[in-house]
Design a protein around this ligand. Structure first.
Ligand SMILES: Cc1ncc(COP(=O)(O)O)c(C=O)c1O
Length: 429
């Protein structure tokens, strides 16, 4: 594979960009080597600057659920660009997207649009504290909720303890009210609730995607809903990744729970910067200008981003690709498990709807500790094997792969062949 131009750009970018990237997940740090630079993308494929073609299972880390360059989205965005980029004033499209989002989430009466998932979550922390007048929050090890101070907390194996900052620059004071629990372990949540009477909210990814895909057990998620409700603690469901991915609406609906506050991002902007947080009226009325919780944004509800969001959701509803996602994910799971068995490799595949990823481990993966125990050296080899076979996946064992609605039967054949070859390369290269 020729990646000369990517290498050249990477080296050039080092001078004025930090690590030549604008988000560390793009840096290929955990798989070695340097990042590919992308030139363009269309449909299910993405092309790097050297002209290599890949089937894209990164999809901008989730948003591009319709694949790249959907014509309806291009038309809507182009029309809006011609009418104006940003006004700093209200537009009808904000109301239309709000109606669409609230209709898809039972229990969400009102929504506030922001510019990223991170912003949605940090606003939800403030809102939960404003509503409950309590301070502490619980998060689960291995769940990522953006890079706000309070939730950038080391996951590690030190469970059910007061947390330590997970990033330089996060003061102890910023995380002193953050408690860590273990995913799929309801006792770890109960222990916090028994000990502390000032917990405002529990934050959870309803299907975890940031330790690789980890699905909650039915009893864990339902009990979590019950015990938070009984204790007057808000359940904040972070659907930044899962929103409109596993069904039209949220994963919480599929899991049979209802959030107090829901956070969204990624798909609702169709590739443009949009995040959102929403809840029932009595909670959202605490947000300024109706209430005293302040949150604002110069570009919030940006007209171009709203147009992209509306057209993406409209098209998604019309296509209804969710059953196809399940079938394709099942096919990919089987292909990987068969290839692993043939080559004597320990492998577990976790999936939910259009989110899937393999773990190089023979154990069931139900939490972050188990995810961290898998063989990342094998993942690294597998990653480069897939790249060599025209398949672009996230450069980390701990990221979900995503499916887009434009993956064709021909793409599926290519994927199955590539997965097979890359698995064989683990033992025969
Ligand atoms: C579940 C979840 N929450 C929040 C975020 C943060 O979103 P953003 O990167 O748009 O700030 C992410 C990003 O990957 C995410 O996966």
């Amino acid at each position: 594979m020729n990646n000369t131009k990517s290498q050249e750009l990477y080296n050039k970018g080092l001078k004025h960009l930090v690590g030549s990237v604008n988000s560390p997940v793009r840096a290929f740090k955990s798989v070695g080597g340097n990042p590919l630079f992308i030139k363009n993308a269309k449909g299910s494929k993405i092309y790097d600057v050297d002209g290599n073609e890949y089937i894209d299972l990164v999809l901008s880390y989730g948003p591009m659920i319709l694949g790249h360059g959907n014509q309806h989205v291009i038309d809507a965005v182009t029309k809006q660009v011609n009418e104006g980029f940003s006004f700093g004033a209200s537009t009808e499209n904000e109301i239309i997207l709000a109606e669409m989002v609230c209709a898809a989430f039972p229990g969400m009466d009102k929504v506030r649009f922001v510019n990223s998932g991170t912003e949605a979550i940090l606003s939800a922390i403030r809102l939960a504290r404003a509503f409950t007048k309590k301070n502490k929050i619980i998060k689960f090890a291995g769940c990522y909720h953006g890079h706000s101070d309070a939730l950038l907390v080391a996951a590690g194996s030190g469970l059910v303890t007061y947390s330590l900052p997970g990033s330089a620059g996060v003061p102890d004071s910023a995380v002193k009210d953050t408690l860590i629990a273990e995913y799929n372990n309801i006792q770890s949540v109960k222990a916090h609730i028994e000990k502390h009477n000032d917990i405002a909210a529990v934050f959870i990814e309803p299907i975890a995607g940031n330790m690789g895909v980890v699905v909650p057990t039915d009893s864990f998620i339902k009990e979590l809903r019950q015990i938070t409700q009984d204790a007057g603690i808000l359940l904040v469901v972070d659907e930044v990744m899962t929103g409109f991915r596993s069904k039209f609406g949220g994963a919480q609906d599929l899991l049979g729970i209802q959030a107090d506050i829901t956070c969204l991002g990624k798909v609702i902007g169709g590739g443009f910067p949009v995040g959102a947080y929403g809840a029932r009226e009595e909670i959202m009325n605490h947000v300024s200008p109706l209430g005293s919780m302040y949150q604002a944004g110069t570009l919030s509800g940006n007209p171009v981003a709203m147009a992209a969001g509306i057209s993406t959701l409209t098209e998604l509803k019309a296509q209804n690709p969710y059953e196809k996602f399940n079938q394709q994910a099942e096919q990919l799971e089987k292909a990987m498990l068969d290839a692993a068995a043939t080559n004597g490799i320990d492998l577990t595949v976790n999936r939910f709807g259009s989110m899937i990823n393999p773990f190089f481990s023979k154990k069931t993966i139900t939490n972050f500790t188990e995810a961290q125990e898998c063989n990342t050296a094998q993942f690294t080899k597998f990653f480069w094997g897939l790249i060599a076979n025209g398949i672009y996946i996230p450069p980390s064992q701990f990221e979900a792969w995503f499916l887009s609605s434009v993956i064709s039967d021909e793409d599926m054949e290519k994927l199955e062949k590539g997965l097979n070859k890359a698995m064989r390369m683990l033992v025969h290269s």
